[in-house]
Structures are given as structure tokens and as C-alpha cells.
Design a protein around this ligand. Sequence first.
Ligand code: ADP
Length: 585
Amino acid sequence: MKRRVVIPGRLRSILYPWIFLYVLISILVLGGITFNSVRKHLYNQKIDALHETTLLIRNVLASSDSESLKETAASLAGDTSYRITVINDQGMVISDSLLNPAAMGNHADREEIAQALRGEPHVSMRFSETLGYDMIYYAVPVTLSAGSMVLRTSLPAAELKESLRDVYIAFSIGGIVFLAVALGITFLLISYIERPMAVLAKQSARLAKLDFSERITPHSSIREVQIVANSLQSMANELKDQLVSISHQRDELQAVLDSMSEAVIVIDEQMTIIEANPSANQYFTPPGGQLAGLPLTAVVKHATLHDLISETMQDSGRRSATITVRNSSYHVNVTTVRAAAENTQVMLVFNDITALMHLERIRKDFVANVSHELKTPITSIQGFSETLLDGALDNSHLARRFVKIINRQTERLQSIIDDLLILSELEQKQSREHFNSRVLVEPVIHDSLLICREKSQQLDRDIRVTCDPALAVKGNTHLIEQAFINLIDNAMKYSDSTSPITIACTSDEHGTAISVSDQGYGIPKKDLNRIFERFYRVEKARSREKGGTGLGLSIVKHIMLQHQGSVDVVSREGEGATFILRFPA
Ligand code: ADP
């Protein structure tokens, strides 16, 4: 359907031409009708007068003979404006009150005469060829003693025309005055309506700019204006409430976005970042510190992610995927926020799962390692016990050797399970209450030494301890002893039994450091970072041979973490190793 184009204009410029046209047409139509009936009335008056006069003249001329007819007819007109003409049935003028009939031509062709000659009285208003001006003629057939004649009475039309001109002038002046008054009243009415409308227009323009500082008041007694003003005020109130509620919702949403640990990014159809929460700025550290305004590709370049976004934009749906960008793993949710023909917006929520993936890998490695560690002694026990059952039992020497091996493997299983239990116990310890008692270091070192000497059967091993007997740390005695045992045990295992072991304690305002040094095989540089991992061993065969489980240092690390301290290692291959336990002050 074709829409009409409406060009806006001021109320007065729209109303004035219409009202002017309406009043003008009204005046013309009414004036025309009235003027016409006045004209008719005046004309009829003249005709009536002519009719009456003609009848009178006919009566006077009825008895006149041909001779006296001329005289009488001429004298009857006298000083009046009437003209009396008598024409015979041949159209010849017998008598005329104004002119000499002899000079006048045949009148049979004159409209009124021709009609009267046919027996009908007739009126006509026409230009007189004889007189040279307009006349109103009334002609009747009469039967006089002089014979059948046509009696014509006439009056100049000028009089009628003058009267009509006066009426015309009076009507014109009246019309102009009426038009002026109508336009004046229209002007006043329009001003009366326009003024409050202009105020309302100004107030609503302020409202459109969301300026609620002033109340919307009618400024008019017109009911419709008051209704509009009241409706606008109600709308303003409603709008204000809505804006407040939207602003609250936006603040809440902003607070949620700001406090989210996930990175939230909103992009437009051109993949330009429109919004990003603080976590997103932290995750991706953009050049100017702000992601908004940058193209997404400048921050995350990942083919899968970009395909995902394009697909989501196309079907306005939601998708998710796990991606790895610059060594970090993210679980990304892609959701359409706004689906519009030209302004589709998509929200990306990045959840950093790097730590989770790392933990998952550790868990998998741990399960694989535990299985592997347990499998070796179990396979050995199974093998030797089967050999025994297959007949080796009968050979007491062989049987004794095999049972000894089985026993050693069982001890190994026991050690692994013990260490695993210690580790799991450490991981489950949540409360720090048990780590607040004051532990004197020197007695714990000596107890640990006793246990290690006993275990390794190196009772006379040269172990030098330098420790202030009063030195104490905050912690759990049992766990600190476990850490010492593991370090001293390692020092004994991974060094020559003739070489000395040194244990030294130092303390300052930063805390306490206890070092265990040996002069053994040492640790290659490449392994230094990994020896605290579970089941990590530098030389697997050597560790196994010495009864190691690969869990000792991992336990030490956990114990020190529980004490909010740390364990460090300083070593060179072939030059011994020093492990340092640091306790906070
Ligand atoms: P293990 O039970 O095998 O000793 P640990 O966790 O205690 O397991 O130690 C991990 C690895 O670190 C050992 O297998 C060993 O290779 C190396 N290591 C630990 N302490 C020392 C040390 N004092 N000297 C040399 N190597 C050591």
C-alpha cells in the first residue's frame, strides 16, 4: 500500500487556508443565492409595474380611433420613465411616446412583439436598437376600436441594474467584513489552542531527553490538553520508575559480571569486542589494558572458536568447546545475546580450566604410577610363590631364597602403601590447629636419627648435628619428624656409608632453616625441579634397590606446605646434595 507523505506544518498554517477557503465559498454560495433572489424580486417588481401600467393604458386606449390613438399613447407617457409603443398586426409602429413612428422600422421581428403577435403577452430585457441602451419590454396583444394591435410598455433597464449594483456592493462589503471577522476569530481560537500545545511540545521534548526535572502541567483549561498533559506526566513517572529499575538491574548485572571469575566478552557481528568484564581483561591482558573496541582476533586467535562463533551467529543458538590458547585451556560458552538483522551480538564466557586440566593430568599420572609401582612387587611375589608351589618348596635352600625375596617385596608394598597413606592424610588435613604447638627442633632431629640409623642399619654413620637446643618452630611434631626422617634417610641412601652427613639449624627474624647435607651422588640439574613430584626418581634402579618409593620428597613438600614453609634443594651431580627446610617466623 502506498503511504501518504505528510509534511508537518504549524497549526495556523494548516487551518488558515482551509478556513479562508471555507468562509469564502460559503460567502460566495450564500451571497450568490441571496443576490439572485433579490435580483429576481426586483425584476419581478418591474414586470408587475409594467403589467399593471400596460393594463391601465390598454383601458385608456380601448376607445381611441386610429388618429387619436397616436396622440393619446404619446401623451400618456408624459414625464414618466415609461415608454409606450403601439404596433399594428403588421409590425408597423403606430405610436411611440419617445420617437417618431415614421422613423422607426418594422418591429415584427422584435422578440416580445413577435410573441405578442402570436397572442401571448411577453416580457424581454434586451438592447434597444432604436434607443441604443438596455430596456425591459412588456408586450400584450390588445383589441382596440382601431383594430388588433400590440401594446408595448417599456422601462430603461438602467434603474434595475443600478439597484442591483447597490445590492452587489452591499453584499461584497458584508462578505469582506464577515471573512475578516471569521479569520480574526480563527486566529484567536488557534492562539488559544496553540499556546498550551507549544508548552506541551517543549515539555515532551524535555521528556524525550529523559529530563524529569519539571512536572508536566496543562497551562490550559481545554480538557483535551489537560488529558494529554496528565497522560504525559503519568508516562514520565512510569518511565522514571522503569529507568530506575533498569539502572538497578544493570548495576546488579555489572556487579555479577565484575565479580565473576570467568572472562565474559560480548562481540558484535564484525567480531569487535563491545564489552568485557575485569576477569576478561586479566585473562587476556590487552595492550591498552582494555579489551573493548579491539577485534577478537587480536586477543584470541583460534580457528575452532571462530567457526563456533560464526555458526552461533547464523542460527542464534548456543555452543561450547574446550580450546587451548597460549598454554592456557578454556572451556568457552558461546551464546547469542541479541539476534537482529544488522546487529547480532554474541557473548563468550571463558572458564580457565588450565589448573583443572593440570590436576586431572596429575591424577591420571598418579593412578598410572601407583598401579605401576604396585604391579612390580606383586608380579614378583606372584612369580616366586608360583615357583615355590611348582616344586621349589622341596629345595629348602631355594625355598628360603625365594621366601626372602617375597618378604622383601612385601616390605616394599608396605612402604608404598604407608607413604601413600601419609600423603593422603596430609592432603585431607584441613585444620591448622594441629600446627600451632611449639616444637623443639633438636630432640626431633635426634629421634629421627635414631629411627634412620636403625632402619638403614648404619648405626655408626657419621652424622654431625649443629643445632641450638632451645630452637623451636611452630608446627606438628609428628609431621616435622617425618620430614626429617625422609631427608636423613635419602642422605643415607644416596651417599657412601663412609661419607659424613651434616644437619645444621639457623634462625633469624624471617624464620628457621634446617639443612640436611650429604656428600653423595648428587642430583643432575635437569632433575632438580622434578624430584618433589610423586614417584619421580633420578635413577629408578638405585632407588628401588635402596627400598625407595619415590614418594619421600613429595611427602616432605606437603608437610612444609602445611606448615606454610618450603623445601629447597641445592645439588650438583657427583657432589652431594643439600635439602633445606624453611619454617616461617
Ligand atoms: P625415594 O623413595 O626414591 O628416595 P624420594 O621422593 O625421597 O624417593 O626422592 C626422589 C628421588 O630424588 C630419589 O629417587 C633420588 O633419585 C633423588 N634424591 C633424593 N634425595 C637425594 C639425595 N640426598 N641425593 C641424591 N639424590 C637424591
